[in-house]
Ligand binder design. Structure first.
Ligand code: TMP
Length: 212
């Protein structure tokens, strides 16, 4: 059976990923594609338990290495329980975050050595990678104020200082520069319909599927 495509969305806090993922998943379904929407950390029963440890509570409760280990534990579960079976069944998988978030947040953000993350990545993910990664880029002050207006418990990262979030943003841009074949940076500070049109155009160019 044909293997499905794996699309990931990345970006800092309040970059508008949820809205754009919803629009894309709807358009892909309308184009007749069998699509599964998922997220990290999380996306499988075990990984969702680990998610609580990461996104709730005191910003200082873990250091960068512990966060990376927790994220890669969750990722292992997510890959084996959710992502791989869906791709093997020919579905497309759209994930709200994947491994680039660990490089951006734990690596560039917390200063964990990138080589350490690469070693964990090799162990858990090997050479599997997304077919397309859309990085929604937004100035940190705009993103954080959008995120603050959401009233949820999952605010551990939002409470980290602004310099941390600036490093995360630069990290994503650096990742995109190093892997231009896979990563597309989208200016996500503007109008949602305009961003949606840009994403649809990228799906046509990169994956040869016409969505509107
Ligand atoms: P979300 O708010 O976009 O659902 O993501 C949850 C938080 O987890 C977000 O602040 C980014 C963070 N995160 C990491 O720090 N490292 C990772 O590897 C992943 C997947 C997420």
């Amino acid at each position: 059976m044909a293997k499905g495509k794996f699309i990931t969305f990345e970006g800092g806090e309040g970059s508008g990923k949820s809205t754009q993922i919803k629009l894309l998943v709807q358009s892909l379904k309308e184009a007749g594609i069998d699509v599964l929407q998922t997220r990290e950390p999380g996306g499988s029963p075990g990984a969702e338990i680990i998610r609580h440890l990461l996104v709730e509570g005191d910003p200082d409760q873990w250091d960068g290495l512990t966060e990376a280990l927790l994220n890669y534990s969750a990722r292992h579960e997510h890959l084996r329980e959710t992502v791989q079976p869906a791709l093997e069944a020919g579905k497309w998988v759209v994930s709200d975050r994947f491994a680039d978030s660990t490089f951006a947040y734990q690596g560039y953000g917390h200063g964990l050595d990138l080589e350490t993350i690469r070693r964990l990545h090799e162990l858990v993910v090997g050479d599997f990678k997304p077919d397309l990664t859309l990085i929604l880029d937004v100035p940190v002050d705009i993103g954080l104020s959008r995120a603050a207006s959401r009233n949820d418990q999952e605010d551990r990262y939002e409470r980290m200082d602004i310099e941390f979030h600036e490093r995360v943003r630069q990290g994503f841009l650096e990742i995109a520069k190093k892997d231009p074949g896979r990563c597309i940076v989208i200016d996500a500070s503007g109008d949602q319909d305009q961003i949606n049109s840009e994403i649809n155009a990228m799906i046509l160019v990169q994956l040869d599927v016409n969505v509107t």
